[in-house]
Design a binder for this molecule. Sequence first.
Ligand code: NAP
Ligand code: G4F
Length: 322
Amino acid sequence: MSKQALITGITGQDGAYLSRLLLNKGYEVYGLLARRGSDTLWRLRELGIEGEVKLIDGDLTDLSSLIRALEVSKAQEVYNLGAQSFVGTSWQQPVLTAQVDGVGAINVLEAVRIVNPKARFYQASTSEMFGLIQAEKQDETTPFYPRSPYGVAKLMAHWATVNYRESHGLHASSGILFNHESPLRGIEFVTRKVTHAVASIKLGRQKELRLGNIDAKRDWGFAGDYVEAMWLMLQQEQADDYVVATGKTTTVRDMCEIAFAHVGLTLQEHVVIDPNFFRPAEVDVLLGNPAKAEAKLGWAPKTSLVQLITMMVDADMRRLKV
Ligand code: NAP
Ligand code: G4F
């Protein structure tokens, strides 16, 4: 008997990799389709699974559509990955970000509570909640200090997940995931912006790359590795919260150098610092401690930053050459 899973945010980076993982495990995979863009299915198509997932129209801000999605899918596992996930945009659209990322998560929790309280729930929490970091290495016990409207909204969703676990007995877990990237990353995020530009410069289509704060440090991993941790969380007898990270941090500058060096170019020749890309409040450094996920889930990252960035540059070179 196959299991049913429902994924909000199925058209996003993580939704695509998680769908592939669950399909490979024999799940029937349903996804909430918000129909917000013209070609939202490109990631599922790149992974060759566009025709294998079942899409249900709905939106995180519409509780009735979520109730319907739970009823139609009969999901035993619900992964809430849908979000306005770009930190920069959250200053321009703070109310929408709060509605989708904060209230939207509560809507999914309510739908689970109403339709099938035995279903297991995963919340896509984030290292952005640590913001102005209160410990050199952040783990599940580190106090939060969000620095963006996105971080604030995600913190609401995070505590709602804990609260539904404690007050309604839901099997509700939060993965506090540090930055994770892939060839399917949105082009607005810095790694993909860099790898796309590096490929474009190498092919003679672009001369410069304009960036903001390249001294910021992030703990970057590969999305394909991180979705395995999501699944593992829902297979545990007890729901809980876990940090998922590599335990290494790198500056944006050094990440760029990896990308340029891969095609025989240098950052100095092509990067221009542009104040327009600086943020009103920055998260200067993130560095996660994944010891709990390693010990309890048996999860560990498999892909190094050099492997990740070169994989992304190669994918962008292939796409641009077509
Ligand atoms: P992503 O690529 O930006 O995908 C976001 C998804 O949410 C898309 O499928 C999008 O649909 C959907 N969505 C947006 N607004 C919606 C709405 N109102 N109703 C229903 N769906 C909506 O993000 P990701 O990188 O895969 O990240 C997945 C989740 O993990 C997000 O919640 C993100 O905040 C969180 N997270 C990400 C990272 C990371 O480094 N990637 C780290 C920690 C946490 P469209 O395709 O129609 O826009
Ligand atoms: O790639 P970013 O936009 O990712 P950010 O802000 O860390 O957020 C991502 O990771 C979070 C987990 O910690 C997720 F929750 C969130 O959904 C998202 O996936 O920026 C990374 C760093 C920042 O410090 C930013 O200021 O890169 C710096 N940066 C420098 N120049 C830039 C640029 N970021 C972008 N997007 N574009 C630039 O030109």
